[in-house]
Design a protein around this ligand. Structure first.
Ligand SMILES: [Zn+2]
Ligand SMILES: [Zn+2]
Length: 266
């Protein structure tokens, strides 16, 4: 019923209990989990994890934090071939992050553009990470716009105006656990945009929602995000969860029952 479209379950933070967490997910009604890569290595780990579980999918990406120097063409070639593997449903995370002072905007923008082109070439949705960089993010998406450019704004942190602009450009707004924080302005955004444009995520191991704030985040906590959305939309939780589930399946082209056949193919 619940979907976590962005969870780093393949990160070392889960090395000691990953299996146990995954085992519990079905009881916790998590029907879909997408594990994003952040560079070649983590993308490979994410693909390996997705091959083992029928409700876990991966995306292949190059995180702006991993763009510290010019990225060799070979890296993009490798990421493109990884993106064509079974179980890969998107390209990301990719994007821009100007939050910490030592970022390199030009290099990030160049890598972002190259990765968006891979997403278009492979006809996959893009999973975008944008922090303190909305202007450049939206400009580049606008410039790279094409009929098949689409995706999600993961861990959305903008206002309603930015959200509507992202939706206009073909992107869904993915809401993280920070929506449960007292000072969060996300409830306003959720209130202002249509439920069909929303997705839910944990970004685990980061950003635990209340009541787990400060602790390691887990995919099962996505229910607090869905619950908060249901509360804001004044709509039954099961219905909200159903709409979000359909949006995720549609965007990432995951058919009901496709997971089982995917395992057989491998
Ligand atoms: Zn991110
Ligand atoms: Zn992430």
């Amino acid at each position: 019923m619940f979907v976590d479209v962005h969870c780093h379950l393949s990160f070392p933070d889960f090395d000691n209990d990953r299996h146990e967490i995954i085992r519990r997910l079905k009881e916790q009604n998590i029907s879909l989990l997408i594990d994003p890569g952040t560079n070649t290595e983590t993308s490979k780990r994410s693909i390996e994890l997705s091959a083992l579980h029928d409700f876990i999918y991966s995306t292949v990406g190059l995180h702006p934090h991993d763009v510290r120097q010019a990225v060799p063409d070979q890296t993009f070639c490798e990421l493109e071939s990884l993106g064509a593997l079974p179980g890969v449903v998107g390209i990301g995370e990719i994007g821009l992050d100007y939050h910490y002072h030592d970022y390199h905007a030009e290099l990030q923008m160049e890598a972002f553009r190259s990765m968006l082109r891979i997403a278009k070439k492979l006809d996959l949705p893009a999973v975008i990470h944008s922090r303190d960089a909305w202007e450049d993010t939206l400009r580049i998406i606008e410039e790279e716009k094409s009929s098949n450019l689409r995706g999600i704004m993961h861990c959305f942190s903008g206002n309603t105006e930015i959200a509507l602009e992202c939706i206009r450009l073909g992107f869904k707004i993915s809401i993280p656990g920070t929506i449960t924080y007292k000072k969060s302005t996300l409830p306003e955004v959720v209130h202002d945009i249509a439920t069909r444009d929303l997705l839910t995520e944990t970004d685990a191991p980061y950003l635990s929602p209340v009541p787990f704030r400060g602790k390691r985040n887990e995919p099962s906590h996505v229910r607090f995000v869905t619950g908060k959305i249901a509360e804001i939309k004044e709509f039954p939780l099961e219905k909200i969860a159903g709409i979000i589930q359909r949006t995720a399946h549609e965007l990432f082209s995951i058919e009901e029952g496709a997971q089982a056949s995917r395992q057989k193919e491998q």
